[in-house]
Design a protein around this ligand. Structure first.
Ligand code: ZN
Length: 255
């Protein structure tokens, strides 16, 4: 996704080349945005800005990683949406928006701010080096989440998005309905996860790199004939299944 300023270029301009040096307060300072932290009841973050100066307030009651994501999100509004008068109040629903809805410009700005935040916390020039052929499993997700100080959900989405190997992340509510999913670039658009998992209690058992029949998760034709590596974890509300076509030839055969 293109932004008015690219997150990795902002960080490189500040001489940031290691995960532990990604300091969002420093980024805010360099962009002329002041940060306040206060208990907010109606949103996770807000921003008030003019042409050249902004004040961002982050909900101090939230989990520290959530606060970090919120700050990246508000900086996304500051970089991309600034004008004469900029005012946003963003709640958890805004910060969950991942795919742009046609003709809903406000929602599209939330999606862009979320993507900006993810790329600021896990910038291309650092994140891609950290992958180093990591297995596509919960264990790797835990490692990346700690390394970059982000939630496991954020780490997994980025892990899949930039991965050169075939994998997918799908998010499900507890009753088995799919909320969203994302494929790595090499996975064909014809490959879809189910819209609903029929026996969620049996399916959502935490796992780390387990070989299972592909049709447990994948709806596409031929998925009953091969296997994938699954890793399942929960973010406290939903279940996430990370699916890896470790044997890439199987994917080539069906697509
Ligand atoms: Zn927002």
């Amino acid at each position: 996704m293109r932004f008015k300023q690219q997150p990795d270029e902002i960080l490189q301009g500040l001489g940031v080349y290691e995960p532990e040096d990604i300091d969002l307060d420093l980024v805010a300072f360099s962009l002329n945005a002041d940060i306040k932290r206060a208990a907010l009841s109606d949103c996770e973050g807000n921003i008030i800005g003019t042409d050249s100066k902004a004040i961002i307030t982050i909900n101090s009651d939230a989990d520290p990683r959530r606060q970090r994501f919120s700050l990246g999100h508000e900086l996304g509004h500051w970089v991309n949406d600034r004008g004469r008068n900029l005012t946003y109040r963003c709640d958890t629903n805004d910060m969950r928006q991942r795919s742009m809805r046609k003709d809903d410009f406000r929602q599209q700005k939330e999606v862009r701010a979320n993507q900006f935040s993810a790329e600021l916390m896990m910038p291309n020039h650092i994140f891609s080096h950290s992958l180093n052929n990591l297995d596509i499993t919960t264990e790797s997700v835990n490692y990346l989440a700690n390394e970059f100080n982000v939630s496991r959900t954020s780490a997994t989405i980025r892990f899949v998005e930039v991965n050169s190997r075939p994998c997918m992340i799908a998010c499900w509510d507890k009753t088995g309905n799919r909320r969203w999913f994302s494929r790595s670039p090499i996975v064909p658009d014809s490959i879809w996860p189910h819209t609903r998992i029929m026996q969620p209690r049996d399916a959502f058992v935490l796992s780390n790199g387990l070989e299972v029949d592909a049709d447990k998760w994948i709806n596409s034709e031929g998925s009953e004939d091969y296997s994938v590596i699954e890793s399942i974890f929960s973010n406290g509300y939903d279940f996430l299944s990370l699916i890896w076509w470790k044997d890439e030839e199987q994917l080539a055969d069906i697509s």
